[in-house]
Design a protein around this ligand. Sequence first.
Ligand code: SF4
Ligand code: SF4
Length: 401
Amino acid sequence: MAANAVPHSPSFTNTFYESLFDVADGENIKSCLQCANCSGVCPFGFLMDFPPGRMIAWMRAGILDEVLGSDSVWMCVSCYACTEVCPKKIPLTPGLMTRAKEEVLLAGNVPTELQSALEFSQRYGNPLGESPRKRADWAADLRPEVPIMRKARRPVDVLWFVGDYPSYHPRVRQTTRALYKILTALGIDYGILGPDENSDGDTQRLAGERGLFEVLAEKNGKAFSCYEFKEIITTDPHAYNALKNEYPKLGIEYPVKHHTEFLAERLDELKPRLKGNGELKVTYHDPCYLGRANKVYDPPRALLEAIPGLELMEMPHNRTTSLCCGGGGGGMWLDGFQWEKAHVRLSEWRVREAVNTGADVLAVACPYEPPRFEDAAKMVSGAGNLVVKDIVELLADAMEE
Ligand code: SF4
Ligand code: SF4
């Protein structure tokens, strides 16, 4: 068989191969050079049975059944590192790896902890298994009140899509409240969906549950259509990715900004309010779904550099080469499975790198990261004094009351 011919094999092999052509540039997969850049840069490539390059090689040879029979695809954290370095621009993360997860999931080869998060998402609209009625509880004691669209019953300038972890996770709620403080100080006319909000579904999609993603997207799309607003903001790069790149494919299309983009556009109003936190050395972690997936690199840095007394120190892996925290693509719900396989946590690699810069603070811009990096800091030698904060927490701390 020619190297780039469609393989002739039974079962789902042909279907899988051909389905890749539905994703943008999927057919480009035929042009793989077998250079192994993708497998080499993959954070867990060293222990995958089939990192992307090898998966393509076997697929060309028509023996994909064995590829999809391996559970090593669950080591993929959808970090876009492979996609970033592929000289042929093959959409490895959104195409090959995500489709492979869909097939493995359909075959029932799914780790229990991931299964639970998917079932919770289906039943409760969030992967944490929390009550939808409690989605706005983080705001219950805040004054002025956080406007909830179904109660406010008025048009707003900005719809704040809060997201799952920012709504429910005790640590991440601190970030949510920090953004509340900033929006209030800037006099932004905003509202939230509260109980009408569902999980954005992007991580479920990247973990192979496309059907569930579409259900969640449709519910959010229906909620959006009930209210008037000019744009959406979110602190979650995964929600941002979904709203910007995936919802429009389902006909749900609204202007969306990550909170760092939104605030960076308002630096002139923000700067006079920043008194600083004293002398602070800060290093910044580019989240995969803000950086590599969506190329937002400068706004977070502009915000940090606006804080008086703050010195920004880059880690060796920054911007396109940033190291994944390990939470994407379902990794957030696969910690036990991945620990059993790897006996290493990607978040610890990142924290070690942050410590080596000599920074006091590891600044982040994704809700997955504060709990992951704070846990990792407990395990990494010399990280005892490293503080993990979202950029909005640093901004809120630096603001005059
Ligand atoms: S980096 Fe791209 S061209 Fe190179 S082996 Fe991987 S998929 Fe093929
Ligand atoms: S997306 Fe990241 S984890 Fe997944 S195969 Fe590519 S480099 Fe590896």
